[in-house]
Design a protein around this ligand. Structure first.
Ligand code: SF4
Ligand code: SF4
Length: 372
C-alpha cells in the first residue's frame, strides 16, 4: 500500500472523495487534446498540466479541460526510489514539480501560512507529516544543502525532522518567500538559497510515493481543510464545507490578499489553490478602474519598496517597458498595495497583467535570437 493511502487522518483534515468530473485550469496554453479522447491519470496534458483522474475528455476550453471519470488503462508508475541529485530533479520536473536549477547551501522550508485565514500548511505538517517528511528528504537529495531551516509563525508547534526551526514574526506579508529568506539569512535575494513551501514538499512526497504527478492538494474552506483532487469543482468543496454562495457574493480561489475571483462555481481548483473563501456582497467596496488620486497610501506598505501607483499606471496604459524601468520584477505579488488603495484600483491585477506581457515578450525575444 502506498504511504499516502495508509495514513489515517484523525484530526481536522478531511479527504473529499474523487469527483466524477474535473476541470483542470490552464493558463496561456491550449493543449493538443480533443473531445472524446481517453486520458489516463498522470498523463501529460501539455504546458505542465497532468490528468488528475482517468476518464474521457468532455470539453476543451481555452482556460480548462474537462475530464469525466471512467476506467482507463493506466501507465505503470515510475520507480523514483533509485534516483538522486540532478537525475531526480529532472524526473520530478518531468512530473510538474518545477524545481529550480543548481544546488543550494541553504534550503528553507516555508511553513508560514500563505495568507490570513489559511491553515493548510499546519495541517499538512500535523497530519500528512510522513508525506511531507518524504518530500523533505527528496528536496535535500536534489539541493544538497549544508543547512535546512523550517520557517514557521512565531508560537507554532510544528516541526520537521532534520530541520532547524526559525520563528517568523506574525503578520502578513512576513511569510512570503523573499521576506522569509531575508528574515533567515539577513540578506535580500540571497545567493545559494532555495525556498520551498510545505505545500511543495507535500507535492514532492506524493510524486515519490506514487511514481505519478501529484494530483492532490490541501485547501482551506470554512472551518475545514480538505485533501482534494486537482480540478475538483469549486461548488463541490463549498457545499461539503457548508458554505453558501448568494447572488452578488464573490468566491475567491487562494486567499483574500492574493487570490483570484472564481468566474464560475463549476471551475476546478489548481494544485496551487490553498484556500476557498466566500466574500459576501457589499463586505468590501468593489474594485474598479478608477483613476489614481495620488494619495501615496500604497507606497509605504510595499515590502519590495517599489512604487505600485506608478507601475500600475503604466500597466493600465500598456506601457510595459516603463513598468520594468520601475522595477516591476521586484514585486512579490503580496497584494498589500491594492488592499490599501483608497481609490480601489486593481493594482495587483495590473501588475500581474504587465508581468505576463513582459514574460511573453521575453520569450519571443529568446525565440527570435534562437532562430537568428
Ligand atoms: S503587490 Fe504591491 S505591495 Fe506587494 S510587492 Fe507588489 S507592488 Fe509591492
Ligand atoms: S493608494 Fe491607490 S490612489 Fe493612492 S497613490 Fe496608490 S494607487 Fe493611487
Amino acid at each position: 500500500m502506498k504511504l499516502f493511502e495508509s495514513i489515517v487522518r484523525q484530526g481536522p483534515l478531511t479527504t473529499l472523495p474523487e469527483p466524477e468530473t474535473v476541470r483542470i485550469p490552464l493558463s496561456c496554453h491550449r493543449p493538443d487534446i480533443k473531445c472524446g479522447q481517453k486520458m489516463a491519470r498522470g498523463i501529460h496534458i501539455g504546458g505542465g498540466y497532468y490528468a488528475p483522474i482517468s476518464g474521457t475528455v468532455t470539453e476543451v476550453h481555452p482556460t480548462y479541460i474537462c475530464i469525466k471519470a471512467e476506467a482507463v488503462d493506466e501507465p505503470s508508475p515510475r520507480d523514483m526510489g533509485a534516483l538522486s541529485g540532478n537525475e531526480l530533479r529532472t524526473a520530478l520536473n518531468d512530473m510538474g514539480a518545477g524545481l529550480p536549477e543548481g544546488p543550494a547551501q541553504t534550503l528553507i522550508i516555508n511553513g508560514v501560512e500563505p495568507e490570513p485565514g489559511v491553515t493548510a500548511f499546519a495541517h499538512m505538517l500535523d497530519e500528512l507529516s510522513r508525506i511531507v517528511q518524504l518530500g523533505l528528504s527528496t528536496a535535500q537529495s536534489v539541493f544538497s544543502p549544508n543547512r535546512t531551516v523550517l520557517a514557521v509563525e512565531a508560537g507554532a508547534s510544528q516541526s520537521l525532522d532534520g530541520c532547524e526551526k526559525a520563528a517568523i514574526e506574525n503578520g502578513y506579508p512576513n511569510g512570503i518567500d523573499p521576506l522569509v529568506a531575508k528574515a533567515i539569512t539577513g540578506m535580500e535575494n540571497p545567493d545559494n538559497v532555495a525556498v520551498l513551501s510545505v505545500g511543495r514538499l507535500f507535492e514532492l512526497g506524493m510524486i515519490m510515493d506514487t511514481g505519478l504527478p501529484c494530483d492532490k492538494t490541501v485547501v482551506t474552506c470554512g472551518e475545514t481543510d480538505f485533501v482534494t483532487t486537482v480540478g475538483t469543482p469549486v461548488d463541490l468543496i463549498l457545499t461539503t464545507a457548508h458554505q453558501t454562495v448568494r447572488h452578488g457574493d464573490t468566491v475567491v480561489l487562494g486567499g483574500l490578499m492574493r487570490g483570484e475571483a472564481a468566474h464560475s462555481l463549476q471551475q476546478g481548483i489548481s494544485k496551487d489553490t490553498y484556500g476557498l473563501f466566500v466574500v459576501p456582497k457589499g463586505q468590501y467596496p468593489p474594485v474598479e478602474d478608477s483613476p489614481c488620486i495620488g494619495c501615496g497610501e500604497c507606497i509605504p506598505v510595499c515590502p519590495a519598496r517599489i512604487d505600485p501607483a506608478t507601475i500600475s499606471g503604466y500597466a493600465e496604459f500598456r506601457m510595459y517597458d516603463k513598468c520594468r524601468e520601475h522595477d516591476i520584477d521586484a514585486c512579490m505579488e503580496c497584494g498589500m498595495c491594492g488592499f490599501f488603495c483608497i481609490a480601489r484600483r486593481p493594482l495587483l491585477q495590473y501588475i500581474r497583467l504587465a508581468k505576463q506581457h513582459l514574460a511573453q515578450a521575453d520569450t519571443c525575444k529568446l525565440n527570435d535570437q534562437g532562430e537568428g
